[in-house]
Design a binder for this molecule. Structure first.
Ligand SMILES: [Zn+2]
Length: 775
């Protein structure tokens, strides 16, 4: 039998659904089965000795991997007809489509272009999806990188359901290239060290059971290669670090395969084949889980014993907004935390990179002596142990660095009995004689500014530190003067209402005469322009980078943008904009000489270009742009290429590792007096996604950079790639005429999880070289 229910809606209004499949008797008792599982591992109070296996099958997280939703229906059908015996001791949860918006984008497109009968030639239109393809969700996020950060509504709603069940086995069904037959467990190295021996062994048992069925049919497969278990935000690793046997299964197909396609190996791959394979592994997973239901429950309980973990508490301090951003994330995972009321925390210091101590009073404490303690370790550890640097994804994500918090990892438990010392702020409507000041520290301040601007409140920002009535306000502080808003009768009410909504503290200035010499009328207190922003999307841009920007402006900053397709772009279209953002991408074709000249002319008149990630390289070496790649005149490289390469064939891939950076966290120096860095201190930990290295600008502002030997604090960097980052720039501004080109070499919006980087983008838009005349 099966029950079928909903758990939410997508951005485009489609329903997220799930089925619970078991025997009628189990379904009648389903709440007890679910609660007994949570009691078994200490998430719910009480004791239980459960014997029922809970298997969760997730389909179509990537929308264009179309066979899996089809397979989910076949799988349910077989479970409730021929395979009922397995359900005596097993509950199967089926999410037939994690990403309905992406799947419909793919399916609608396919149905529009496919020929009848289907055309198996690879070149046919039905095998070549247009940008951005159906893989990602509405905001073009890869939902299979979003489990831990839960930035997307699909992930957020799914985690609520996941936490209610906490399955013992989780499968994420995928598709890969058309020539690679099938991949299933066991997974590839590296495995995160938190993974238990049982978890690894059971992957082998499951894989062998699948192999039995595949061998019977003569179907090819591979195991133990390519898909590893390290980065915690996947549909296999996340469940694994929550105690389950988490696995990825990959069928040949993907957005290319359609109903049928010629493979390079000379056979036709059909949708019917793909569905048969995914149905087989799904059923085989349920079979072996049912056979081992008792053992799965026993071992699941063991995983939740966190007593052997070295670090007992992570103790974090920083601006209340940053603490709030982090507790919001912990809430999504139902990870518990508290606040210390005193004492000293000693242990590994994330900033000093050695043992140290801090006054713990008021600090956020996240301890590992809780059911989800192992996930806490994975998310907070400073540097994940790596058994093999050849990985499928980034090797660094450490939360204290990502959230810009000072932190200690303590080997003894730190008491956290206090309540959150940071209260919600409520200002009274009160008109000050001169105006209001609001400090500038976080993305919450930025959202406040965005809403003020959209309500036509005139706002200034200070390029100098301010002091009024003995109170200090750092650079970037917002100054809202009565004088600028005198024609707006409702101005005090509006400012107060918006400040309260964003929980921002208003300082009431009764005079514009400062304690130092920067008064309200100072030329260093500049008007913030209500910037008109264009962002490129489409061919040549990275859909992930564009999507992260789109999501950021619509959902976090809440400020309007105009998206322009690269196919429709010309520099003439910039007439009505102040800022042009180039997401990470390859712009070689678009940025021809004429376009570069047009762009330069627009910047000269006061326009601002912001290039992110790989987009920076498009300007390297071009006249007036001031940016150059670091590798260009590297003499060592030249010498090496002159020598014969005697590295054997089977060691080339390994040897190339020295040139790789697979997501690594570097310590960078910040010029915090530059408007792009307002709200930051002089050290910033930056997530590097690769070895791209650009020289320090000799005419322009180096705002974030690595001077001398690079220091990486987390993640893998090959020796050559790391050395190549010496004397390189991460964030910079180059003036051309009245305007600026801004380089964000490290993509601060990558997967939207590096919270501490986002303000660099906002500062670049509103503060850097802020000129008020209309273009
Ligand atoms: Zn996939």
């Amino acid at each position: 039998m099966a029950t079928y229910d909903t758990y939410g809606k997508t951005n485009e209004g489609r329903t997220l659904t799930y089925a619970v499949v078991s025997t009628a008797a189990n379904l009648a008792n389903i709440k007890n089965i679910r609660m007994d599982n949570l009691k078994n591992v200490g998430i719910e109070a009480g004791s239980a000795n459960p014997k029922t296996a809970i298997v969760w099958l997730s389909y179509n997280v990537h929308g264009n991997e179309a066979s899996s939703t089809e397979a989910s229906m076949q799988t349910i059908y077989e479970l409730i007809t021929e395979k009922q015996a397995w359900l005596q001791n097993t509950v199967v949860i089926i999410d037939p489509c994690i990403n309905p918006d992406g799947r419909d984008r793919y399916a609608n497109w396919y149905n529009q272009v496919a020929s009848k009968p289907y055309d198996v030639k690879q070149v046919a239109v039905e095998h070549n999806e247009p940008w951005p393809g159906g893989r990602p969700n509405h905001y073009l996020f890869d939902l299979n990188r979003d489990w831990a950060w839960a930035t997307q509504v699909e992930s957020q709603q799914r985690l609520k359901l996941y936490n209610k069940w906490m399955p013992h086995v989780h499968v994420d069904f995928h598709e890969q290239g058309i020539n690679e037959p099938y991949y299933f467990a066991p997974a590839a190295e590296p495995y995160h060290e938190i993974i238990s021996e049982f978890q690894s062994d059971f992957q082998v048992e499951i894989g062998k059971n699948h192999a039995r069925y595949f061998d019977q049919e003569g179907w090819l497969f591979f195991t133990r290669e390519r898909f590893d278990l390290l980065y915690p935000s996947y549909g296999d690793t996340y469940p694994t670090f929550m105690g389950a046997i988490g696995m990825t299964y990959e069928q040949a197909g993907h957005g290319r395969a359609g109903l049928g396609i010629n493979t390079d190996e000379g056979y036709v791959l059909t949708l019917v084949d793909r569905v048969a394979h995914h149905t087989t592994t799904g059923l085989s997973t349920v079979e072996i889980s049912s056979e081992n239901a008792g053992r799965l429950n026993m071992e699941f309980k063991k995983f939740f014993d966190t007593s052997a973990l070295k670090y007992k508490s992570y103790v974090l301090k920083g601006h209340p907004d940053k603490i709030h951003a982090l507790t919001s994330l912990l809430d999504k995972h139902e990870i518990k935390y508290g606040f210390a009321t005193g004492g000293t925390a000693s242990g590994f210091d994330y900033q000093k990179n050695k043992t140290s101590s801090m006054n713990a009073n008021g600090a956020l404490v996240v301890s590992t002596n809780q059911p989800k303690g192992k996930m806490v370790k994975v998310l907070f550890e400073s540097d994940a142990k790596l058994s093999d640097p050849l990985t499928y994804d980034i090797t660094a994500w450490s939360i204290p660095y990502a959230y810009g918090l000072t932190a200690i990892a303590s080997t003894s438990l730190v008491a956290a009995n206090g309540s959150n010392p940071h209260m919600k702020i409520m200002n009274q409507v009160m008109k000050a004689n001169a105006g209001y000041i609001v400090r500038w520290n976080s993305i919450y301040d930025a959202s406040f500014l965005a809403e003020l601007l959209q309500n036509d409140i005139r706002v200034r920002f200070s390029e100098k530190d301010l002091s009024f009535d003995g109170k200090k306000f750092g650079k970037g502080s917002l100054v809202i003067t009565n004088s600028d808003n005198r024609t707006n009768a409702k101005y005090s009410e509006t400012v107060t209402k918006i400040a309260n909504k964003h929980s921002r503290e208003l300082y009431y200035a009764n005079t514009s005469f400062s304690d130092n010499k920067t008064d309200f009328g100072s030329p260093d207190i500049k008007m913030v322009n209500k910037q008109r922003i264009a962002i490129l999307r489409g061919d040549g841009t990275s859909s992930l980078s564009y999507g992260a920007l789109w999501h950021f402006f619509e959902n976090q900053l809440v400020y309007p943008i105009t998206s322009i397709d690269t196919g429709d772009f010309s520099t003439n279209s910039l007439t009505n904009f102040d800022v042009l953002i180039l997401p990470s991408g390859r712009y070689g074709r678009m940025l021809d000489d004429d376009t570069i000249d047009g762009l330069k002319a627009w910047v000269r008149k006061g326009g601002k270009v912001i290039a992110i990630g790989n987009a920076v390289g498009s300007f390297a070496g071009k006249d007036d742009f001031g940016i150059e790649e670091n590798s260009d005149d590297d003499e060592d490289d030249d010498e090496e290429t002159e020598e014969a390469n005697l590295i054997p064939y089977d060691q080339r891939e390994r040897d190339n590792v020295k040139n790789l950076i697979t997501g690594s966290i570097y310590k960078t120096t910040i010029d915090s007096s530059h408007p792009m860095a307002f709200g930051y201190e002089n050290i910033y930990y930056s997530l590097k996604l690769g070895g791209n290295s650009f020289k320090l600008l000799d005419s322009g502002y180096n705002v974030g950079y690595i001077k001398g030997d690079p220091v990486s604090v987390s993640g893998f960097s090959g020796e050559d790639a790391k050395a190549g980052l010496a004397n390189s720039v991460t964030f910079a501004e180059k003036r051309i005429g009245s305007g600026s080109v801004i380089y964000l070499v490290d993509d601060v919006l990558f997967r939207s999880f590096w919270e501490n980087g986002k303000l660099f983008l906002v500062n670049s838009i509103f503060f850097v070289n802020n000129n008020m005349f209309t273009l």
